[in-house]
Design a protein around this ligand. Structure first.
Ligand code: NI
Ligand code: MN
Length: 222
């Protein structure tokens, strides 16, 4: 499976299917990725992004799925702790410690709660934490799903910073850690190099720092 970080929290998984998570990039469009499935972690505009315009089958918490269906988007609603399989892609919705809101008056402010996703496709397991604080139940995500890759926010202010994300990486235990949700704006400035150095000095995990648009190949564990 190929994993592409498009910037901010937006990640494209390309394998049997094309799965696009949090379809927002700051200065451009994700439309050209032409995904089969879209996953939305929560309602904030920097995650919901182009979900309405893309009009692809979209997986989100029930409240956001309802909003999308009212906008004419085919949506699959689920909730924290649940798992669904669509077109051979297995998706588990995980907790996230964060808020959620959709900036649309028709929503009356109810966008459910924020979430993360564990996605399994072609024998590879990817954990996208969404926007979240550190929480110790990330250990359970590691124990239950054994992700090969963990996509963790490190930008601080609205999510974990590097200090917390280091502990998150240890809790989850994914061999590959990819920092996301940083340096998009000054308010979430973070240094991925010191994050990488600190993790790799103290663990056997590898931190892959990507530039927006860059891909890595992730092989299933044998
Ligand atoms: Ni958010
Ligand atoms: Mn965010």
């Amino acid at each position: 499976m190929q994993l592409t970080w498009l910037g901010h929290a937006c990640v494209l998984l390309t394998g049997t299917k094309k799965v696009l998570i949090d379809p927002f990039i700051p200065d451009g469009s994700v439309a050209r990725t032409n995904p089969d499935l879209v996953l939305v972690t929560h309602g904030h505009y920097d995650h919901l992004g182009e979900a309405v315009a893309l009009k692809k089958t979209t997986v989100a918490i029930g409240e956001i799925a309802k909003y999308l269906m009212e906008k004419g988007v085919t949506a699959e609603g689920m909730n924290i702790g649940g798992t669904i399989t669509l077109d051979g892609v297995t998706i588990t919705m995980t907790p996230a410690l964060h808020s959620s809101r959709i900036d649309d008056t028709s929503m009356a402010g109810n966008a459910g709660v924020a979430a993360g996703f564990v996605v399994r496709m072609d024998g590879v397991c990817v954990y996208h934490a969404g926007d979240t604080a550190l929480f110790s139940d990330m250990r359970l995500i590691g124990d239950l799903y054994h992700p090969d890759v963990a996509l963790l926010p490190i930008g601080g202010r609205y999510t974990m910073g590097t200090r917390e994300a280091m502990m998150a990486a240890n809790f989850i235990g994914a061999k590959i850690v990819i920092p996301i949700h940083y340096n998009t704006w000054d308010r979430i400035a973070a240094d991925p190099v010191s994050f990488k150095t600190a993790i790799e000095r103290t663990t056997d995990l590898t931190v892959k720092i990507l530039i927006p648009g860059e891909s890595v190949e992730i092989n299933p564990e044998v």
